[in-house]
Design a protein around this ligand. Structure first.
Ligand code: CA
Length: 220
C-alpha cells in the first residue's frame, strides 16, 4: 500500500501492460514500423495512446487538435475513438513521417476525420483562431518541439471551449526537469511551463506519471 505515486519497476510495468493494454493490431503494426525509425523515441507509449482514446470517449470529443503528429500513432488512437463526424486537425512539419501516418489512417478508415497541415504549428493554430474563432475545440494534444510548448499551450487554450482539455506530453522529460544540473533549452522550457501551469488560474491541472509525464489541463 502506498499513499504516493508508485515507481514502476519492469515487472510492474509489464503487469500493467499485460492487464490493461488492448492495442489493436493496426496500431501495433504502426508502432513496429516506427520502431525502425532513428527517431522512434518520439512516439508515445501504447498505454498512453489507450489513455488518450479513453479520454476522447469520456469527454465526448468531436473537435480536436494535435500539435506534433510524427508517424501518426496518437492521431490514429484519437481518430479511432472519435465519432464518424469527428474532426482532428493535425499539425506537423514533416512530409516523410506524416506519409507513414496517412497510410495507416487510410487503412483504418479514419482519414476522413483527419485534416493534416504541414506547416509550423503556430501558423496553423493562428489561422484556426481566425477562421473558426476561439472556444471551438474540445481537446488538444501537444507533443512537438519543447521550446515552443508555451506558445502552443497559449494558442490551444484560446481555441479550446471552457471545459475543454489539453494534454501536454513529456512534462517529466525523463526526469531531467527535476535535475538542476540539466540546463539545456528543452529542459528549461518544460520546467518554465511546469512552473507556470502550477499557478495558472485559467485552468485545472493534473500532472500524471504516465509514460514520460503528461499534464492534463482543463480550461475553466
Ligand atoms: Ca512525446
Amino acid at each position: 500500500m502506498s499513499n504516493r505515486t508508485l515507481t514502476l519497476n519492469d515487472e510492474l510495468y509489464q503487469y500493467l501492460c499485460d492487464h490493461s493494454l488492448r492495442e489493436p493490431e493496426l496500431l501495433a503494426s504502426l508502432r513496429e514500423e516506427t520502431a525502425r525509425d532513428p527517431m522512434a523515441r518520439m512516439q508515445i507509449a501504447p498505454e498512453q495512446g489507450q489513455f488518450i482514446a479513453l479520454l476522447i470517449k469520456m469527454l465526448g470529443v468531436r473537435n480536436a487538435i494535435e500539435v506534433g503528429t510524427f508517424t501518426g500513432y496518437s492521431a490514429l488512437c484519437m481518430a479511432l475513438a472519435m465519432p464518424r463526424d469527428g474532426r482532428l486537425v493535425c499539425c506537423d512539419i514533416s512530409e516523410s513521417w506524416t506519409q507513414v501516418a496517412r497510410r495507416y489512417w487510410q487503412t483504418a478508415g479514419v482519414d476522413h476525420k483527419i485534416q493534416l497541415h504541414i506547416a509550423h504549428a503556430q501558423a496553423t493554430l493562428e489561422r484556426l483562431l481566425k477562421t473558426e474563432g476561439a472556444r471551438t475545440f474540445d481537446f488538444a494534444f501537444i507533443d512537438a518541439d519543447k521550446e515552443n510548448y508555451d506558445s502552443y499551450y497559449e494558442l490551444c487554450l484560446r481555441l479550446l471551449r471552457p471545459g475543454g482539455v489539453i494534454m501536454l506530453d513529456n512534462m517529466l522529460w525523463g526526469g531531467r526537469v527535476a535535475d538542476v544540473a540539466t540546463q539545456d533549452a528543452d529542459t528549461r522550457a518544460l520546467r518554465a511551463l511546469n512552473n507556470k501551469l502550477k499557478d495558472d488560474v485559467r485552468v485545472d491541472i493534473s500532472l500524471l506519471p504516465v509514460a514520460d509525464g503528461i499534464t492534463l489541463v482543463r480550461k475553466r
